[in-house]
Design a protein around this ligand. Structure first.
Ligand SMILES: *[C@@H]1O[C@H](CO)[C@@H](O)[C@H](O)[C@H]1NC(C)=O
Ligand SMILES: *[C@@H]1O[C@H](CO)[C@@H](O)[C@H](O)[C@H]1NC(C)=O
Ligand SMILES: *[C@@H]1O[C@H](CO)[C@@H](O)[C@H](O)[C@H]1NC(C)=O
Ligand SMILES: *[C@@H]1O[C@H](CO)[C@@H](O)[C@H](O)[C@H]1NC(C)=O
Ligand SMILES: *[C@@H]1O[C@H](CO)[C@@H](O)[C@H](O)[C@H]1NC(C)=O
Ligand SMILES: *[C@@H]1O[C@H](CO)[C@@H](O)[C@H](O)[C@H]1NC(C)=O
Ligand SMILES: *[C@@H]1O[C@H](CO)[C@@H](O)[C@H](O)[C@H]1NC(C)=O
Ligand SMILES: *[C@@H]1O[C@H](CO)[C@@H](O)[C@H](O)[C@H]1NC(C)=O
Length: 669
């Protein structure tokens, strides 16, 4: 009896923590997007480098393990809880610009959240700012790997030290970077910014309340004597639940900061990293001095006037080739998303017809398998003749490549060869929403829960593009055939940003409006200006399409938006529901989706909700406004459809059933 009670007592006391993860290991980060919360930082697939910052000035990169860890040991009611022991080991590389003077550094961080609102770059490492630096409410523990001295003195000089920080950037212990040789006190200093891989071990002993920090070049064994041994009780610093990860920043001085591998454990020793599996650090940019010995050697080996002439000639060629090689290397450093043409050619079996999985508005899509990583990818091949401004163009694709969201078809990389532009995307197995809705395999019907989940997913993806990324990205071609469905039946929005790319590269001089008939907002036809609200319009049409199972435009002058408005005005909005659902649906949700569809397709762009509001409506955080608030019903109207709703449009739609432009639309009339 007593035993039973105490068992129940114990069960009540021990939280769910027991089942939680207590350690992880990343030998490289290939395809670990799901395991990390990244901001500014991104993973370079397929090499597996995690890049926290590039050499952009005043930039902040964060990478945290996606789940928090329980950092307090289970209490034994008579005792106060205490911070758990933990241990981590990671490998990093810092690439400074040609000629030196990079900055500022990176910090291994334990923090209660993965967001650091208001945090500053430079000396503040993207963790705090001047006003909250050092405040105990921050609950931040960090080990800084700092390459610029002068925090607080405002004099930036070369730095090369490691420090232990609590709640701010004032280190409680700090030493120049060095490792102990051969288990002796003799410390060998070395540079953080060499571009070579460097390993760090950080161990906290919760019982003894001591932090050890050890550092050494990756080629060395773990030194027996730590660089820093610091007595500190982390119990008042940490919170019960903490995120663990890295923060890096650049300022006026900027280096590229990379993590190659990482392991972590609570109440245990961090699992060892497998060095042979780690990605190689990217090559350092070279100085020109390395050429001189070659020239000297050549001069020594050759004699005679003829030979000297020959030598001058070949030196000239060598120099040219060297310069080319060098700029190519620069180029590759700037464009980590660039793939090799040969790899993609091989992956798609030479762009064989049997590997083709679709023809979209912008090009042909092939499936492929990258032999290096074994990953499946979708390769979009765009054949265009005139892409101008290659550098800007590359910058644009590179920036799109950094967009990462679970509801986007992530762009992994790109490649350009002559007139072919190749874009490499995640491979999504279940095809497009369009085909699942309208041409499903036999007897397959998307059920309502799946549809509602897909709708919410697309909204989350669009919200990210519109508001949550560093720049506003307008999709410009939201439609069911651009929504792919992954293995878990989640929506992934594809083809984002392509329209802008086309503008940028001036691939087409005549196209003003890019979009698909049936989804083009009325103001877009008039002004040619795409905006987030024209995306919302297209999303509204898509909502109606998913709920009703009917295409935006049908034969016999059928216009989905007008038809749903009619049903709505007759107070029979449920007549618009897809009959294939067999009335198996949640009435409130269907009504919400149809009403929201109408709200998003309102004629006036400023009357449409933003994607943030749409998300709130879908989550039922706010009710969809009532009709009385929407003004007169004449406010609805798909607008442009009326004046040009003649057969010529319908035929041209049927013929091409793809992307149309307003210029071709006009010429069709
Ligand atoms: C990352 O996530 C995948 C699946 O979600 C899991 O199988 C894998 O173990 C995770 N890796 C780490 C290092 O946590
Ligand atoms: C609980 O605390 C008491 C007194 O501090 C100690 O004797 C005992 O060993 C502790 N039990 C556990 C399971 O830690
Ligand atoms: C390259 O230049 C930097 C800074 O001027 C210098 O520290 C480094 O030693 C040079 N490297 C080589 C290989 O000459
Ligand atoms: C500094 O950070 C705090 C906490 O995140 C934030 O509330 C504050 O607005 C920031 N201050 C500045 C000047 O950015
Ligand atoms: C390293 O230490 C071992 C024994 O501790 C000694 O035999 C060896 O000579 C030392 N090597 C160097 C390079 O100091
Ligand atoms: C920290 O370093 C000291 C001194 O080398 C050592 O005695 C102690 O065991 C180390 N602690 C951990 C947790 O490794
Ligand atoms: C890591 O976690 C697994 C279970 O998640 C456990 O079996 C293993 O012992 C842990 N390893 C360490 C070093 O803590
Ligand atoms: C490290 O990785 C290599 C290559 O994947 C593998 O052959 C080796 O067994 C691994 N070593 C350990 C200790 O896991």
């Amino acid at each position: 009896m007593a035993a039973a009670t105490s068992l129940v007592f114990l069960l009540l006391l021990s939280p769910v923590v027991a089942a939680a993860n207590t350690n992880f290991t990343f030998n490289g980060f290939s395809n670990s997007e799901k395991n990390l919360t990244l901001e500014g930082a991104y993973i370079i697939n397929p090499t597996g480098l995690l890049r926290l910052t590039d050499k952009s000035p005043n930039f902040i990169g964060h990478a945290f393990y996606h789940q928090p860890f329980q950092m307090f040991d289970k209490t034994n009611s008579s005792n106060q809880p205490k911070a758990s022991s933990f241990s981590t080991s990671f490998v990093f590389a810092i690439n400074q610009p040609r000629g030196g003077h990079g900055g500022y550094g990176l910090a291994f961080t334990l923090a209660p959240s993965t967001k650091f609102p208001g945090a500053e770059a430079g000396h503040f490492f993207g963790l705090v700012n001047k006003s909250n630096d050092g405040e105990s409410s921050n609950h931040i523990f960090a080990v800084e790997i700092d390459t610029v001295n002068g925090y607080k003195d405002n004099i930036d000089t070369e730095g090369n030290h490691i420090g232990i920080n609590v709640n701010g950037l004032d280190s409680i212990a700090s030493k120049p970077v060095a490792y102990s040789k051969n288990g002796t006190d003799a410390m060998e200093e070395f540079s953080l910014k060499s571009g070579n891989a460097i390993r760090v071990w950080i161990e906290y002993d919760g019982a003894k309340k001591v932090v050890n920090v050890t550092v050494a070049p990756l080629s060395k064994e773990k030194p027996a004597i730590p660089l820093l041994v610091c007595s500190i009780d982390l119990t008042p610093v940490l919170k019960r639940s903490m995120y663990v990860g890295f923060s890096a920043s650049t300022g006026e001085k900027a280096s590229s900061h990379y993590i190659l591998g990482w392991s972590f454990a609570v109440n245990g020793v961090a699992p060892p990293l497998n060095v042979s599996q780690l990605p190689k650090p990217p090559p350092m940019e070279k100085n020109s001095s390395s050429l001189k010995p070659i020239i000297k050697a050549l001069i020594g080996a050759l004699s005679g006037l003829a030979f000297i002439l020959l030598l001058i000639f070949s030196c000239f060629r060598l120099y040219n080739r060297y310069r080319k090689f060098e700029s190519l290397e620069d180029w590759e450093l700037d464009c980590p998303h660039r793939f090799r043409y040969n790899d993609l050619h091989k992956a798609t079996k030479g762009f064989k017809e049997s590997e083709m999985i679709g023809v979209g508005g912008f090009g042909t899509v092939y499936k492929g398998m990258l032999s290096a990583s074994g990953n499946k990818v979708a390769v979009k091949r765009i054949v265009r003749s005139s892409i101008q401004g290659m550098r800007e163009f590359a910058a644009e694709i590179e920036s799109l490549g950094r967009l990462r969201h679970k509801n986007l078809v992530n762009l992994q990389g790109w490649c350009k060869k002559k007139n072919d532009l190749l874009l490499v995307y995640d491979y999504i197995p279940n095809g497009s929403l369009d085909s699942l809705l309208f041409n499903p395999e036999e007897n397959f019907v998307l059920d309502w829960d799946q549809r509602f989940n897909i709708i919410k997913g697309i909204a989350a993806g669009l919200l990210y593009l519109h508001e949550e990324w560093e720049q506003v990205v307008i999709h410009r071609d939201v439609k069911t055939s651009n929504v792919l469905i992954d293995a878990d039946m989640n929506a992934r929005l594809g083809d984002f940003g392509l329209a802008r790319l086309c503008d940028h590269g001036q691939m087409s001089h005549t196209t003003n409006v890019v979009g698909t008939i049936g989804y083009i907002a009325p103001e877009l036809v008039r002004t040619g200006q795409a905006s987030t609200s024209s995306d919302v319009y297209a999303y509204g049409v898509l909502l109606l399409e998913v709920a009703s199972g009917r295409r935006p435009i049908g034969s016999d002058q059928f216009f989905l938006v007008d038809w749903v408005i009619e049903c709505y005005q007759l107070s029979k909005i449920l007549d618009a529901v897809d009959p294939k659902l067999d009335s198996v649906h949640v009435v409130e949700e269907v009504e919400l989706v149809l009403k929201l569809g109408l709200l998003c397709t309102l004629h006036r762009p400023d009357a449409r909700p933003t994607m943030r509001q749409v998300t709130r409506y879908l989550n039922r955080d706010d009710p969809v406004p009532d009709t009385s608030d929407w003004g007169s019903m004449s406010g609805f109207s798909s607008g442009f459809l009326e004046p040009i709703s003649n057969s010529s449009i319908t035929t041209s739609y049927n013929l091409s059933s793809g992307v149309m432009t307003s210029s071709s639309l006009h010429s069709d009339r």
